[in-house]
Design a protein around this ligand. Sequence first.
Ligand SMILES: Cc1cc2nc3c(=O)[nH]c(=O)nc-3n(C[C@H](O)[C@H](O)[C@H](O)COP(=O)(O)OP(=O)(O)OC[C@H]3O[C@@H](n4cnc5c(N)ncnc54)[C@H](O)[C@@H]3O)c2cc1C
Length: 397
Amino acid sequence: MSRQTVDIVVLGLGAMGSATLFQLASRGGDVLGIDQFRPPHEFGSSHGETRITRLAVAEGTALAPLVSRSHEIWKELEGRTGEILFGQVGFLAVSSEPSKAGAADYVERTLAVARRSGTRHELLEPAEARRRYPWLNVTDADRIYFEPEGGYLNPERCVATQLHIAAAAGARLALDTRVEAIVAHADHVEITTRAGTILANRVVVSAGAWAGRLLGPHVSALLRPTREILHWFDLEPSAPAAWREAPVYIWSYGHGAEEGFYGFPAFDGAVKMAHGEKTRGIDPDDYDRSSEEAESRDFHARSIAGRLKGLRADRSRRKTCLYTVSPDNGFVIDQRPESERVLVVSPCSGHGFKHSAAIGEAVSQQLLDGVSRLDLSSFGLARFGRAPVPDAVAQGA
Ligand SMILES: Cc1cc2nc3c(=O)[nH]c(=O)nc-3n(C[C@H](O)[C@H](O)[C@H](O)COP(=O)(O)OP(=O)(O)OC[C@H]3O[C@@H](n4cnc5c(N)ncnc54)[C@H](O)[C@@H]3O)c2cc1C
């Protein structure tokens, strides 16, 4: 059994851990990254070719500086490595929600954040949207917002690139290494794996859907893993050619969490889309990763038919993926209540990828300098009190 010592362990190397490890190593930190698999992999939350990014995040104005800084980091990484990480194709928000007293619709909430954060945008007339995007079947009653600086990220490439740079900057990596336990002592943290023990000054737990079980009942009561499906629908032969130059889009057509969907441009003759279900709770070590064609047909019939043109309900493929859902759909970034040496960093609830680069940078500043340039205080555990609050309605992506 081996025994190693290190200043900081980053436990879990998906979107969040790879960003944190890259930032810590680039600033000369003595770091070890650990993952039970070999990231990028298909068993957690950071796979499936694309993730939406948009500056006017309707999930809250507090997130706007994070995504804006993340865009800068992805572009810096592209310049440094030549990798293509960010397709800045624009972002469309469409709302056909029935009006509800006292509730702003998805476009209004997006617009409010755009105005507060100074994000460039346009409100499109439905006829203009149909002209620009012949695959988009909006009605004259729908509201449409367009943001030119939104787009998509390639999650696998983002993870691989950040890990590659981290290793080149001196980070140690322990892959195929599952952490069994984290025990915080007064002057160090003991991390147990099957291969041995690691003694660290601090540990960042960026273990996604597995974080709860590593962090004890107070945190696991707040982080609920769910099974989600990504669907790829083939284009019909007569589908509008404009699908290939499409922006990314989120369309909300009701007030329930499932009454909406999001998607991407066509790549290789197929269009990927999904909706955040957040309903099927699972055990991340033991759940059915298969998916049925019937699930894609149902999704197409319920959400896509009549709204988007040129997608075949009878020709699809799927992948399953994990969300980690918090009670208010917000992130959880804080010290573990029992020890300031253990930090939980979870950009969870289905919309965290776009913010992960800036969160990684801010966490590295907190650990190495004692304070971060961007404020992470609104993601603390104290907001939940002792008892978890009920689920809030929110779209993913
Ligand atoms: C279907 C889907 C669509 C999404 N769409 C969007 C989107 O469009 N835009 C957006 O911004 N966000 C989106 N998200 C959310 C975003 O992808 C996640 O917030 C993000 O990927 C979470 O990253 P993570 O690092 O926390 O988790 P993960 O990527 O799952 O990483 C956790 C890592 O920890 C490792 N680990 C866990 N336990 C242990 C252990 N005991 N020992 C060692 N290693 C361990 C795992 O192997 C894994 O590699 C989506 C998520 C899903 C699932």
